[in-house]
Ligand binder design. Structure first.
Ligand code: NI
Length: 162
């Protein structure tokens, strides 16, 4: 288990197309564990392998509030979408920024699990957004190129104490 260094915008690895995973070996299982450690450490919703400098089609996502419901997707592919949602998006590779992005409100994905068994996953709202965002990373695409109103600085809400 290890926390890996997250690559940031401007790093060319983020613009490259990742390669398909052919087999799940020991190294890949370690990579998956490290990606989950890195995701939870950074309190993100999702992380794609190229974000830690590995050009493999591998994504981890956890949209649960407790951060105890990891989804691991090997070679994920969007096979259906429906509707649309407009909302703010951020990225661990673009720290301190958010931007409004339109995404489908429903996404169905085909992927492989750690045993290379094929499965499908359906998501709406935040999960649909995360699936699109992370799969974009595997194709060298960042959300910053999809924002409709430009990037904004993250404003932290100050807690009022009375
Ligand atoms: Ni991202």
């Amino acid at each position: 288990m290890a926390i890996r260094n997250i690559r940031e915008i401007g790093d060319s690895v983020l613009t490259k197309i990742s390669r398909e995973v052919k087999e799940v070996d020991k190294r890949l299982l370690i990579l998956i564990d490290d990606m989950l450690d890195t995701l939870y450490d950074s309190q993100g919703v999702g992380l794609a392998a190229p974000q830690i400098g590995v050009l493999k089609r591998l994504v981890v996502i956890d949209v649960s509030e407790e951060g105890n419901d990891p989804i691991i997707l090997i070679n994920p592919e969007i096979i259906a979408t429906d509707g649309s949602q407009i909302g703010d998006e951020g990225c661990l590779s673009v720290p301190g920024k958010v931007g409004t992005v339109e995404r489908p409100n429903y996404v169905k994905v085909k992927a492989y699990d750690k045993k290379m068994k094929e499965f499908t996953l359906e998501g709406t709202e935040l999960l649909a957004r995360a699936l699109c965002h992370e799969i974009d990373h595997l194709n060298g695409e960042l959300y910053v190129d999809k924002v409709t109103d430009g990037l904004r600085d993250v404003v932290f809400e100050t807690e009022e104490v009375d």
